[in-house]
Every structure is written in structure tokens, then in C-alpha cells.
Write a protein that binds this ligand. Structure first.
Ligand code: TXA
Ligand code: MG
Length: 318
């Protein structure tokens, strides 16, 4: 990216073709998925992958996940055991990333895996991203398309507000449907929960027939997205608030009074997940200094929402 200009592309045949050409040429394209917008580059091209880190200002020890169009393609890059196959068949395309042993001959850039011998891979859902992957016909590295440590983007405008001029293009397909990132499951032996996300752990455990190992919050992370302060809005965030202080603005959940934004009036966790990052962005736009958040039940998608909110509330350097 040299020109300092970012093109917005429609997800029609021309837009998708152009986006695929940018990827093949080593450029950066932000793309919509069902979870959040990703920042895509050819996962085999070291220079292109380096440009992702550069654009995001991301610590380089963080490995990137790779997006592929289907399970068959994923099999070229990773080794799937029985459980991994079960999960892929049950949830792909969808909001689940699997961390799997990397094939030695995969051709994936070492910058993508941060030198690990595993790869995070997923088949995303959504017409625009599926069309893009079909046209590009390769593995696309793609972290969320936000500057490192900032809120993940659920619209093309969010992407542009963080990365305009630092990336070549954004494929604009409107608001993402799920609104939080994918659930990450390690399949290196007994399946392990690495990050709560768009597919609830309970659904994954039902398919596996056993409880996931691992501890998502706290323990030394295998998924280094678990840096403490992350997903941060500019204002200070206080959680589980039933009585708002006078100088706070309320991010509500359920039938609460006086909220500036309400994640879901009817306490629907799906709706809340879809609105979460958008409302955090909106607090930034308002210049809100103190955000109070209503309690959110810690089950199903509520776990992913609470995980993101805890990070948003974590102490930070600035
Ligand atoms: O929904 C999503 O997952 C979005 C969309 C764009 O697909 N992507 C996303 O990527 O959230 P990112 O890079 O922001 O988060 C991926 C997480 C990071 O915490 C990263 O450290 C972890 O996955 N990860 C990637 N490869 C890994 C690996 N081999 N082992 C452990 N963790 C890995
Ligand atoms: Mg991210």
C-alpha cells in the first residue's frame, strides 16, 4: 500500500474480482465475514503478511488465522484428527476457528504462524467472503481489520476509521451478522477451548460428546489474542453495573432504564453480540469518557460478549 488511498468495493462480480486481484498481487483487502471484518492477505506471501502487521501495528508474536473456502482446501494445510473433522463438518462454514498441526509442506508463511507448528484455520460464512475466496483461490490470512488493541470492525466504516490509507481496499457488504469473532478450538489431542466466540462452547461440546479442556481466561494463553487490554474503546469501562454513576453512560442489556445504547432490549444474546462492537465504536464517536455496562449472563454467546467486555475494561497503558 503506497498510495495512501483505500478503495471501497461492492461485493458484486467486479468488486470481488478486483479484490482477488489485489490479494494475488500481494496487497491488503479488508473483507466481511459473518463474525467481524478481517484484513486479508495471501497467506503464502511473506511481504503481504508483513504488511498486515504493519497496517495493524500488531505485535508480531501474534499468529494469524487463515481463511479457506472449504474443508477440502483446509486439508491441504493442516492435519485433522477425528474430532477436528467432526467439528469442521458440523460448524463450517461458520464462526469457529480450529488450531491444528500445520503440514510441513503447507507453503504458509512463517509470519502467519509466528513460527508455531500449528495453524488457526477457518471456513467463513457469507456470500462476499465465499466469492472472494473462490476468486482468489488460495489461503487468506486475516486477523480482524482493526488497529491492534482497538475494537473489532463490524462495518466497512469501522474498518476505514481505523485503517484508511493503510490498506488497499475494503469489500463492503454491510453489517456483519454474528458481531463477535469466531470461537477458537485447539484440536491437538483432546479438544481445547482457546477463545469464546460466535459458536457457543455448549454447542461444540454437544457435537464432541465431551467437555472441552482448557481455560480461556486467566492461564498463559495459547491464543495470544488473550492480551489483557484488547478490544478497547477510548472511554473507561465498568462491568456488571446495576446502578449507573452520574458521570457514566450506560450500555444496557435487557429491560433497563436510561441506557444510551441497549445491546438487546429483549435480552437476546445473539442480538447483543451483533450490536456489541458497533455500540463500543459509537461510544468512541460520542467521546464518552465512562461507560457502564449492564450485567450479561455468562452462558452461550454471553461468554464471548463478557470476554470482550472484560478486555475492554482491563487496565491499559494509556
Ligand atoms: O472471527 C474471526 O476469527 C475473525 C475473522 C476476521 O475471521 N478473525 C480474528 O482474527 O478474530 P484475530 O487475528 O483478531 O484473532 C485470531 C486469534 C488470535 O488471538 C491469535 O493469536 C489466535 O487466533 N491464533 C491464531 N493462530 C493460532 C495458533 N496457531 N495457535 C493459537 N492461537 C492462534
Ligand atoms: Mg482481533
Amino acid at each position: 500500500m503506497k498510495s495512501g488511498h483505500t478503495v471501497t468495493l461492492k461485493p458484486d462480480a467486479d468488486g470481488v474480482l478486483l479484490a482477488a486481484k489485489v490479494l494475488s498481487g500481494g496487497g491488503l483487502v479488508a473483507f466481511p465475514t459473518e463474525t467481524v471484518y478481517g484484513l486479508g492477505a495471501d497467506a503464502r506471501n511473506d511481504t503481504a503478511v508483513a504488511a498486515i502487521f504493519d497496517a495493524k501495528g500488531r505485535p508480531s508474536f501474534n499468529p494469524l488465522i487463515v481463511h479457506v473456502k472449504d474443508l477440502e482446501t483446509a486439508l491441504k494445510y493442516c492435519v485433522f484428527d477425528k474430532d477436528a473433522l467432526k467439528l469442521a463438518k458440523a460448524f463450517w462454514p461458520g464462526a469457529m476457528t480450529l488450531v491444528l498441526p500445520l503440514r510441513p509442506d503447507s507453503g504458509i508463511s512463517k509470519l502467519v504462524t509466528a513460527g508455531l507448528d500449528t495453524l488457526g484455520v477457518r471456513v467463513p460464512a457469507g456470500d462476499a467472503v465465499q466469492d472472494l475466496l473462490a476468486a482468489f483461490d488460495g489461503p487468506m490470512a486475516g486477523p480482524s481489520a482493526n488497529p491492534s488493541g482497538k475494537i473489532s470492525p463490524t462495518t466497512a466504516d469501522h474498518v476505514l476509521s481505523g485503517l484508511y490509507g493503510k490498506i488497499d481496499a475494503v469489500l463492503d457488504a454491510g453489517h456483519t451478522s454474528v458481531g463477535v469473532e469466531s470461537t477458537i478450538i485447539g484440536c491437538l489431542g483432546r479438544a481445547t477451548a482457546l477463545r469464546a466466540g460466535g459458536v457457543p462452547f455448549e454447542e461444540i461440546e454437544r457435537v464432541l460428546g465431551y467437555q472441552l479442556g482448557g481455560e480461556v481466561v486467566g492461564k498463559a494463553p495459547i491464543a495470544p489474542g488473550q492480551l489483557e487490554s484488547h478490544y478497547a474503546p477510548k472511554g473507561h469501562v465498568r462491568l456488571n453495573v446495576t446502578t449507573r454513576a452520574a458521570d457514566e453512560e450506560l450500555l444496557g442489556f435487557g429491560p433497563v432504564e436510561g441506557a444510551v445504547f441497549n445491546l438487546s432490549h429483549s435480552a437476546d444474546l445473539r442480538e447483543a453480540a451483533a450490536n456489541l462492537f458497533d455500540y463500543l465504536h459509537k461510544f468512541d464517536e460520542r467521546g464518552t469518557q465512562k461507560i457502564a455496562v449492564s450485567p450479561i449472563p455468562n452462558e452461550g454467546l454471553g461468554r464471548a460478549i463478557n470476554d470482550r467486555l472484560r478486555r475492554a475494561a482491563a487496565p491499559r497503558g494509556d
